[in-house]
Design a protein around this ligand. Structure first.
Ligand code: FDA
Length: 319
């Protein structure tokens, strides 16, 4: 109960402009959040990618940013991604990318947003890289999937994310399986009302397992290269065990799906999976717009909040 309230409070504060200004202006804010992202520059991000790849991980890089309100900001995000792809190309690194549609102007119009993402998808396609469209809060689900469907008609390298906490996700996942796209399955990180999302963790977990099985069954059934490809995005050991067991049970090869985890979270588990020879991808975010991302990471694990409070108390004791 307490942790549900705390989670809800933190997710509410993730949208607060004044707290965002405060947190990003004080050096300790950056220092505390830094554990969850690779730095503020593309050089820092690609350095992190190189290190992770040397350690046997696959990666997907995300430029932090969301909820843009001006066309100019959305075009800037698109150009930042195009520059990132240039750097990836020139640096000889192979890394997929992830992006958020509200960063590309989703709230300013579907056509405008899709055109911006199409430029990035074209460039990524030329480099042989996959683009994952992160899923945001439920007020954006329909529009996000509409943009994805439009892009999927032209590009084979663009895949969506499905959140296990939403009631609608089974239907969405079936439609994605028919297209045969790469799909990331996660639990869901936003504040959602019980009208649209399972309030209880046990139900979210059960739905995640159900959706995982749905995708893996389709991967098995489809002719090679035509079925969906699952990115099981979770740090939950039970979900990971269930996925491995089911893939084993139906005789699906280990390279027919992958696990994904966030930069800075459960590195021990990431290493364990990579060492087993399982495909393990790390989501590497970078940039200056880290505040809402950081708050969602706080909300996922109440223990993170006590860590922040302790650090703040220590800092104030010093001053
Ligand atoms: P759960 O929350 O049950 O956590 C299981 C265990 O993992 C915890 O006990 C703890 O040990 C560890 N853990 C989890 N979160 C932690 C944290 N913040 N700090 C420290 N330890 C933590 N969501 C979304 O809505 N849209 C999206 O597009 C994405 N994209 C995405 C990509 C990738 C690669 C991942 C891994 C996750 C996402 N998410 C996301 C986030 C996702 O929805 C979810 O909020 C988090 O992954 C936490 O849920 P878990 O599945 O890890 O399980």
């Amino acid at each position: 109960m307490m942790s549900t309230l705390l989670r809800s409070l933190l997710l509410g504060l993730a949208r607060s402009q004044w707290l965002r200004r405060l947190a990003t202006q004080v050096p300790i804010g950056y220092r505390l959040a830094r554990r969850f992202f690779a730095g503020e520059t593309v050089d820092e991000a690609l350095e992190a990618v190189r290190t992770l790849q040397a350690d046997g991980f696959l990666t997907t890089v995300d430029i932090l940013g969301e909820d843009v309100e001006q066309e100019e900001e959305a075009r800037r995000a698109r150009d930042d991604y195009l520059r990132l792809l240039d750097e990836i190309d020139q640096g000889g690194v192979m890394t997929d990318i992830s992006l958020k549609l509200t960063q590309f102007g989703l709230d300013l119009g579907l056509d405008f947003c899709a055109a911006n993402v199409a430029e990035v998808a074209t460039r990524a396609d030329a480099l042989g890289l996959q683009v994952t469209i992160d899923m945001e809060d439920s007020s954006r689900t329909e529009a996000t999937l509409a943009v994805w469907r439009r892009l999927a008609e032209a590009y084979g390298n663009v895949g969506p994310v499905i959140q296990a906490y939403l009631y609608r996700s089974e239907e969405d996942m079936r439609a994605i399986c028919e297209v045969g796209a790469s799909v990331r399955l996660c639990k869901g990180a936003y504040k959602e009302p019980p009208e649209v999302a399972f309030p209880q963790k046990a139900d979210v977990d059960a739905n995640m397992v159900k959706l995982m099985k749905l995708v893996l069954d389709q991967t098995l059934r489809a002719p090679p290269g035509e079925g969906p490809y699952l990115g099981m995005a979770t740090h939950d050991e039970q979900m990971i065990a269930a996925t491995k067991a089911y893939a084993n049970q139906i005789g699906l090869p280990r390279d027919a799906f992958e696990f994904q985890m966030l930069y800075g979270i459960r590195r021990d588990l990431q290493e364990r999976l990579a060492a087993e020879g399982t495909r393990m991808r790390v989501y590497v975010p970078y940039g200056t717009e880290w505040y809402p991302y950081f708050m969602r990471r706080m909300a996922e694990r109440p223990a993170n909040v006590w860590f922040v409070i302790r650090a703040l108390l220590k800092e104030s004791g010093r001053g």
